[in-house]
Design a protein around this ligand. Structure first.
Ligand code: NAD
Length: 267
């Protein structure tokens, strides 16, 4: 079975810019990462699916292969430098590049206000949402620099744009992601590397908030979110924006943080 994108590209006789490209997507077993991996693969890219969830990652690989595409999974916790090295080594060995890195894997905090945030919540949320993308980007950069090109897209969040969308740890981590994106864009633009982010609004995925709704943080934040969001987005809508930012169509877009949120950031 072919995807509609593959069919239309082939019938139009045009070669997709993604044909044969090497793309790494983290958090690709579920939600936004899964939709992004499927979209790149349908366009002809060879996709490394990196995730903690082995069953989910292998299923995405099978879904890609069923569509005539090419993917492989590397399973592990991306906050572990050994897993990061394994991801990059497998991608380079199997697919070359990488041409594109999508730093998407992430977890929510407990919506805790700073005074209620224990060390474990702080360290885990910062480690997964900010340190893991740092480690992976650092590991991929030498390959992109050697190739003279590369595109890195991060999944930030509305919580990277404002103070009223999550708890202290997630808000700090996603603001950190925005800072990384802008600094990368400045530091590496002369070397042909672009870095951008999407800032999703609420999107239907499996992401999970383990919060006591009576606690200070969630009780304060929930009404702020409820009053300002529009509709729930789909993972595919986020994936479309991620693929655009990675693509040659966005060749002059660097250091941008694109809200994909039905106007929430505009409120
Ligand atoms: P999801 O839970 O459906 O998918 C996240 C994936 O990341 C899962 O497959 C999970 O196993 C993986 N993952 C988590 N920690 C990992 C780790 N340490 N190592 C490897 N893999 C790990 O959630 P999603 O909504 O698709 O989340 C994707 C990104 O979108 C996250 O960065 C999240 O912060 C961001 N985001 C989501 C929303 C939303 O409303 N869904 C809004 C704003 C931002």
């Amino acid at each position: 079975m072919q995807s509609s994108e593959q069919s239309s590209e082939q019938s139009g006789g045009q070669r997709s810019e993604w044909a044969g490209r090497s793309v790494v997507v983290t958090g690709a077993a579920s939600g936004i990462g899964r939709a992004t991996a499927l979209k790149f693969a349908a366009a002809g890219a060879r996709v490394l699916v990196a995730d903690l969830d082995g069953g989910g990652a292998e299923k995405v690989v099978r879904d890609v292969e069923r569509g005539g595409g090419t993917a492989l999974a590397v399973v592990g916790d991306l906050s572990d430098p050994q897993v990061v090295d394994a991801v990059v080594e497998r991608a380079v060995a199997a697919f070359g590049g990488p041409d594109v890195l999508v730093n998407n894997a992430g977890i929510m905090d407990r919506m805790s206000a700073l005074g209620e945030t224990d060390d474990a919540e702080w360290e885990r949320v910062l480690r997964v949402n900010l340190t893991a993308p740092f480690l992976l980007t650092r590991a991929v950069l030498p390959h992109m620099l050697a190739a003279g090109h590369g595109s890195i897209v991060f999944t930030a969040s509305e919580a990277g744009l404002r103070g009223g969308a999550a708890g202290a740890a997630y808000t700090a981590a996603k603001h950190g992601v925005v800072g990384l994106v802008k600094n990368l864009a400045v530091m590496y633009r002369k070397q042909g590397i672009r870095a951008n982010a999407v800032a999703p609004g609420p999107t239907r995925t499996r992401i999970h908030v383990d919060a006591d709704p009576q606690a200070h943080g969630p009780a304060l934040i929930s009404p702020l979110i409820g009053a300002n969001i529009g509709r729930l987005g789909s993972a595919e809508e986020q994936a479309a924006a991620i693929v655009f930012l990675a693509s040659d169509a966005a060749a002059f877009v660097n250091g941008a943080v694109l809200p994909v949120d039905d106007g929430w950031a505009a409120v």
